[in-house]
Design a protein around this ligand. Structure first.
Ligand SMILES: [Zn+2]
Length: 446
């Protein structure tokens, strides 16, 4: 039995069912699970002071393409719209292999961890030169983050009228076979799972209608979740209407892509009927505000989604369209963007933090995460509010208004992943050097 006691937090934002906020509270972790929350708790194990700190559940990232951390701020893609941006980056990604996938995932996940993230999904939809989903799973396991990789795919290449080059697409039968392989090898359906695999064709414009339908059938057969990009911008809606004769929500519904086991990234352009459909069917949304800003896609109707009862989580999206992967900054931006579109009272700092914690956990099917309550997993972020970012704040717990953007300490399943603001589980400096060397190699080879 191993115990860690986090003691005397100035404020603990539990995000539990009553949304309790506790002053001077302790939290006792036993074998990766929250065993007790209260005051004056004791342990024979390790004690960590949280005096001067705000303690929150670990944040949840519901959408990412970790491999893209190797193509941040690529000059030709810096100012392009979505489709032009993709066309700039595809030839670069075509040069990736297993090592690029592994190192990029380490960098992306480390960046997330430092910003308070304990659970991240990933959407890997291209597998050049022998790359496999397993490369990213190995990276997450080493770092110690809870990981929900999704086996993405593209099957319609340029010669079939699609967007990606033919070298980056796969045969649909091979895609489904590999989905089965990675689910059987890595998916853990149990409580407290550290790895859960999902199925995630890249988008309705990069795979066939058949593959969308087959993917949904396979996911239900295997009991795993479904994920894709949907209704990201105006071009996306126009493509759907021109090629499928309907809006994206209808397309998703027709192919079995709605339900509590489905979450869609972006959904910037969902209309009122589609929001109702998502609310009725409990279909989740990964809201990616920075990516939406970066690519000029628009402001997702998160206020309307939440009011209707759509499950909404937060995503940093791929680092090539963000270009950062800081989840707490993303939460702040989600709050600000709703205010831009609906006024200063459209979203509070607490609500945005709720979306970033229990909201995201619910979207990816993890009610055992995203809140601090007895029996839940010990995924915990400790924010030091004695620093310059919080100085002068009358409410340090309003982290998204004024507060640190980097955690002091982070626990995942009770294991310390960040200690004193540094990654504790691997030598990050070496990984950064490796990442930069790989980027340089690819740039030279282009
Ligand atoms: Zn994306």
């Amino acid at each position: 039995m191993s115990e860690i006691l986090i003691k005397n937090a100035d404020t603990m934002l539990t995000m539990d069912d009553a949304r309790r906020e506790l002053a001077g509270a302790d939290i006792l972790i036993r074998d990766g699970v929250i065993a007790e929350i209260g005051q004056n708790l004791c342990t024979s194990g390790t004690v960590q002071s949280a005096s001067g700190c705000v303690v929150t559940p670990g944040l949840v990232n519901t959408h990412h393409h970790l491999y893209q951390t190797l193509t941040r701020a690529v000059p030709g893609g810096q100012d392009a719209l979505l489709f032009g941006w993709l066309k700039t980056l595809y030839p670069i990604w075509a040069r990736f292999g297993p090592e690029e996938m592994f190192v990029s995932a380490q960098i992306g996940l480390a960046e997330l961890a430092l910003s308070g993230c304990t659970l991240s999904s990933d959407h890997l939809y291209l597998y050049p030169n022998g790359a496999r989903l397993d490369d990213t799973i190995a990276a997450a396991a080493e770092l110690g983050l809870r990981f929900h990789p999704t086996r993405g795919a593209m099957s319609i290449g340029e010669s079939d009228g699609g967007l990606p080059p033919d070298s980056l697409v796969e045969r649909e039968a091979a895609i489904l076979e590999d989905c089965i392989r990675v689910i059987d090898a890595h998916h853990d359906a149990g409580e407290g799972a550290m790895c859960r695999v999902g199925i995630a064709p890249c988008s309705p414009f990069s795979v066939s209608r058949d593959l969308m339908r087959e993917a949904a059938l396979l996911a239900r057969d295997k009991g795993v979740m479904l994920h894709t990009h949907l209704a990201e911008n105006d071009e996306d809606i126009a493509y759907s209407q021109a090629n499928f004769g309907c809006r994206p929500g209808q397309y998703a519904e027709d192919l079995g892509w709605t339900g509590p086991d489905v979450w869609h990234a972006h959904c910037v352009k969902l209309d009122g009927e589609e929001i109702d459909l998502f609310a009725r069917s409990r279909t989740g949304v990964a809201h990616c505000p920075c990516s939406n800003c970066r690519l000029g896609s628009g402001i997702a109707p998160v206020r309307a989604m939440r009011d209707a009862g759509v499950p909404v989580g937060l995503g940093v999206d791929g680092s090539a369209s963000n270009d950062a992967g800081n989840i707490i900054s993303e939460a702040r931006l989600s709050m600000l963007l709703q205010r831009v579109s609906r006024g200063a009272d459209a979203m509070s700092a607490r609500e945005a933090l709720e979306i970033a914690t229990r909201g995201g956990a619910d979207v990816v099917g993890r009610p055992d995460c995203g809140r601090l309550a007895v029996g839940k997993r010990a995924d915990i972020a400790i924010w030091d509010t004695t620093g310059v970012e919080s100085a002068g704040s009358w409410a340090p717990a309003a982290l998204l208004l004024a507060g640190p953007t980097r955690v002091r300490d982070l626990f995942v399943e009770g294991r310390q992943v960040v200690a004193d603001g540094q990654i504790a589980t691997l030598d990050l400096t070496t990984v950064i050097q490796r990442q930069n060397a790989l980027a340089k190699q690819i740039a030279v080879a282009l």
